[in-house]
Design a protein around this ligand. Sequence first.
Ligand code: FES
Ligand code: FES
Length: 162
Amino acid sequence: MAKKPVTFTHNGEEKAAFVSDGQNLLDVLRRGVGDLTPKYGCAQGTCGACTVIIDGAPRLSCLTLAETVEGAEIDTVAGLADGALSPLQDAFMTHFAAQCGYCTGGMLMSAAALLKHNPRPSREEVVEAISGNICRCTGYEAIIEAVLTAAANGGLRRTGAR
Ligand code: FES
Ligand code: FES
């Protein structure tokens, strides 16, 4: 099957990949780019484990055709830390918001997309933002608290970081 070239920005770096008809972005990120932070969960758009940010909005990479991301800016958990963990990742640790961790990458990216546009969200806005992400371990409370704490501590970037 013929493959098509696609170029996009991945965590600030230009990347190119050859993609097959019907190949999803999750597959390209994991196998083509080597970024294993978006997780393969249901592959049907129901669990949120594969969430990445595309052009500023949270998207399910398992339901995104790779050929549609030409020229897009794609951010994943692999780009969240900037030398040190981001305040968002720190807050997940201090609130014990991850247990098995399978949902965590998707949760972080849904929360990151929220904080990018709304640095001081209400609890209701956090709940809404992560409503597409299923966690089978934490009961959600710790995750919600972590996102609210991160918002109070600078959100995605530490004060003084770029
Ligand atoms: S793996 Fe994409 S929503 Fe579950
Ligand atoms: S920490 Fe296990 S699914 Fe969320």
